[in-house]
Write a protein that binds this ligand. Structure first.
Ligand code: GDP
Ligand code: MG
Length: 208
């Protein structure tokens, strides 16, 4: 996939502020500070498209980025930040629930984990939810630049086991937003998903 354009479209917390035009959306979920924004910048080859920060727990909106005038990448608010209050946790849950249940053009969810660590209970919960909602699910193991290739392989097995993704068909991609490792693979997987969506749309049109 060639990224011809990538622009921030909207920041939104609730459905009434989501972009009105329905384009296929690929959402990126993950713990605060795992590198969601960095991954989006890496994929789109834009240094500062998605705001990154050393300070976790900052993104409290869904950030919609329009890519190639064709689809969107959605940066979801991060979870798992220990110091957030009960009420902001509730708000986070409501925001996610609204987006996941109401957004008809949501086509796939990428769950980003840290390759150095065993996925947290919240990572496990998120991936499980993605499958239960009927998505294929793509797990990106970020920050691979921090490990040697052999350590990466070892951690990939830990992640597969913890998230219960034994089959080769369960997509797990070692990735680094620093080095670009895994970038082409993730773009290809997203392209495949979009191709599927377009075929479905054509079928629906020909039935009308
Ligand atoms: N070494 C390394 N650092 C990364 C990588 N991805 C993100 N980071 C760093 O992790 C921190 C959090 O990244 P950010 O994209 O803001 O995470 P977000 O909260 O999930 O959006 C920043 O300091 C990034 O520079 C990576 O692949 N490798
Ligand atoms: Mg972020």
């Amino acid at each position: 996939m060639i990224i011809k354009s990538a622009d921030i479209e909207t920041l939104a917390a609730w459905a009434e502020h989501y972009p009105q035009e329905l384009l296929p959306e690929i959402a990126f979920a993950g713990r605060s500070n795992v590198g969601k924004s960095s991954t989006i910048n890496c994929l789109t080859n834009r240094k500062n498209l998605a705001r990154t920060s050393g300070q976790p727990g900052k993104t409290q909106t869904l950030n919609f980025y329009k890519i190639n005038e064709e689809f969107r990448i959605v940066d979801l608010p991060g979870y798992g930040f220990a110091r957030v209050s009960k009420s902001s946790r509730k708000t986070w849950q409501k925001m996610m629930e609204m987006y996941f249940t109401q957004r008809v053009c949501l086509e796939e969810i990428v769950v980003i984990v840290d390759i150095r660590h065993k996925p947290s209970p919240e990572d496990q919960e998120m991936y499980k939810m993605v499958l239960e909602m009927g998505f294929r699910g793509i797990v990106v193991a970020n920050k691979a630049d921090k490990l040697s290739r052999s350590a990466q392989n070892k951690q990939m097995a830990v992640i597969r086991e913890t998230l219960m993704m034994p089959s080769e068909k369960d997509l797990l991609i070692p990735f680094s937003s620093e080095s670009g490792q895994g970038r082409e693979e993730l773009l290809a997987v997203i392209q495949l998903k979009l191709d599927e969506v377009y075929v479905e749309e054509e079928d629906e049109e020909s039935q009308e």
